[in-house]
Design a protein. Structure first.
Length: 204
C-alpha cells in the first residue's frame, strides 16, 4: 500500500525542466520520477496542474493528442514529475503514433529513476483495453500504479461510487490504488498529491 503524507507543498515547487522528442533529450537518469499516463482527452494536463497547485505548469488544450513529447517537470534536483504523451487518439497520424509508442515504451522499460505511475482514466469510460495493457505491464514489472478516475463530477455521487468500486475490483489490491478525481471541482487533489509524493519516496 502506498504511504501518504499531508504535506504536499513540495509539489508547488515543480517547474518546467524540458520536453523531449527523443531519449537523448531526457534529463540525466538519476533521482526519482513519477510519470502521468493516460488516454488522450482524460484531463492529464489539468490534473498535473491541479496537483501541483499551478494553473499553467502543464499546457492544456481542447485538442486531444497535443502533447507530442515527454515533458519533465523538476521539483528539486532529486525529484521530477513526467507527463507522457496521451495514447489512443485516432486522428494522430499513424507514424506519430508509432513514434510515441516506441518512445514511451523505451521510457517505461529503461528509465531507472521511474518510481511509479499515475494512470488517468475517464470515469465515464472506465478502463480501456490500452489502460489494461499498461496495468498488466506495470504488474509484470512490479511498478506501483495509482489510478485517478477523472471527471468524477460528470456523474452522480452514487454512480461515481459504483464506478470506483468496479475499478477497485479490477486492479491489484495492495499494490495499485484508485481514487475519484476532478480538477474542475477540486475533488481528490490532496489525496493525489500525497500519492505522487509517496511514489517519489519509493514507498509505493
Amino acid at each position: 500500500m502506498i504511504e501518504t503524507t499531508r504535506d504536499t507543498k513540495d509539489l508547488r515547487r515543480a517547474q518546467f525542466l524540458c520536453s523531449a522528442h527523443v531519449a537523448d533529450q531526457w534529463p540525466q537518469d538519476m533521482g526519482h520520477e513519477v510519470a502521468f499516463a493516460g488516454r488522450s482527452n482524460v484531463g492529464k494536463s489539468s490534473a498535473i496542474n491541479a496537483i501541483a497547485g499551478q494553473a499553467r505548469l502543464a499546457r492544456t488544450s481542447k485538442t486531444p493528442g497535443r502533447t507530442q513529447q515527454i515533458v519533465f517537470f523538476e521539483i528539486d534536483s532529486e525529484r521530477r514529475l513526467v507527463d507522457l504523451p496521451g495514447y489512443g487518439y485516432a486522428k494522430v497520424p499513424p507514424g506519430l503514433q508509432r513514434h510515441w509508442k516506441k518512445m514511451v515504451r523505451h521510457y517505461l522499460e529503461d528509465r531507472n529513476s521511474l518510481r511509479g505511475l499515475i494512470l488517468l482514466a475517464d470515469i465515464r469510460r472506465g478502463l480501456t483495453d490500452l489502460d489494461r495493457q499498461l496495468l498488466e505491464w506495470c504488474a509484470y514489472n512490479n511498478l506501483s500504479v495509482h489510478l485517478l478516475l477523472t471527471k468524477s463530477d460528470k456523474l452522480s455521487r452514487s454512480a461515481a461510487s459504483q464506478a470506483l468500486a468496479q475499478v477497485q475490483r479490477d486492479i491489484r489490491l495492495g499494490t495499485d490504488t484508485v481514487q475519484l478525481f476532478s480538477a474542475l471541482r477540486k475533488v481528490g487533489i490532496q489525496e493525489a498529491g500525497e500519492k505522487a509524493l509517496a511514489l517519489l519516496r519509493g514507498s509505493g
